[in-house]
Design a protein around this ligand. Structure first.
Ligand code: BTN
Length: 257
């Protein structure tokens, strides 16, 4: 791990404490270590390169040069269940940020639980990792990886990048982070004031596969049905072929047909 030079780093609102690194194993791992050492809410670990980026469900995250990798230490004063809503807050804020820097012809959608799609291909992913002590949140690390310059070619379903979808050359990883930071603050403030409902609405307005037939891969089960709704906790409600419903807390979804 090495500190990045000071001349070329993102400018963020003062509520954030930027830790800018040239390289690290995983910004989530680094943020978790710092959280354990007492890092304050708002500590943001950003790295130009990661050697061991992690994704959801134990997958690795290919960290290609020029893409965005950062993790935010949060110490939300809420239940662990409510804290999980911050993944949706971050997805919607990232959608705001992307919308503010790229041409409107790139369609931004949210794929449950926390992916951001660009023209129907994955452009960004969010990883939440937390520590709960005696049933209360100690810290939450919210990690975001966004494909700005390039994307892994060997993924199924396929990925994409902002550049490939037509973002102009001045849209860099740093610029996207600078756009994200204030949008995230304002979305978090709205969430604190008004709860999950406005975030849920914003997410559902651009939800991938809503109302359609989807497949859901769970740890040891595969389900198919209609993506009916997102409940007040961010749980996916799947309508099964027999008319019943299933609440899905974690899994991978894809559209059928
Ligand atoms: C996913 O879609 O599976 C989530 C991917 C999250 C990747 C980011 S990159 C920055 C941060 N550091 C990590 O090791 N992972 C997250």
């Amino acid at each position: 791990m090495s500190e990045a030079g000071t001349s070329d780093y993102p400018h963020l609102p003062p509520a954030y404490r930027l830790v800018a690194l040239e390289t690290c194993d995983s910004t989530n791992s680094e943020a978790m270590r710092r959280a354990e050492e007492g890092a304050e809410d708002g500590t943001l670990v950003w790295a130009r390169r990661q050697t061991e980026g992690r994704g959801r469900r134990g997958r690795s995250w290919q960290s290609l040069a020029g893409n965005l990798f950062f993790s935010l230490v949060l110490r939300p004063d809420c239940s662990p269940q409510q804290a999980a809503q911050l993944g949706f807050v971050a997805a919607v804020a990232l959608g705001d940020a992307i919308g503010s820097v790229v041409p409107p012809m790139i369609e931004v959608q949210f794929k449950w639980p926390n992916d951001v799609l660009l023209n129907e291909r994955k452009g960004a992913g969010i990883l939440l990792e937390s520590k709960i002590v005696d049933g209360a949140m100690d810290w939450l690390v919210l990690g975001i990886g966004a494909n700005v310059e390039s994307y892994p070619q060997d993924l199924e379903p396929p990925a994409t990048s902002l550049r490939f979808e037509g973002a102009p050359g001045d849209v860099t990883a740093m610029r996207l982070l600078e756009a994200f930071a204030p949008h995230f603050m304002s979305r978090v403030n709205r969430w604190l004031d008004d709860g999950f409902a406005p975030i849920r609405r914003g997410w559902l307005n651009h939800a991938y596969g809503l109302g359609e037939e989807i497949g859901v891969d769970l740890a040891s089960e595969h389900l198919e049905g209609r993506f009916k709704d997102l409940d007040d906790n961010g749980t996916l409600i799947l309508e099964l072929p027999d008319g019943g419903t299933r609440s899905i807390a974690a899994g991978d979804v894809y559209r059928i047909g």
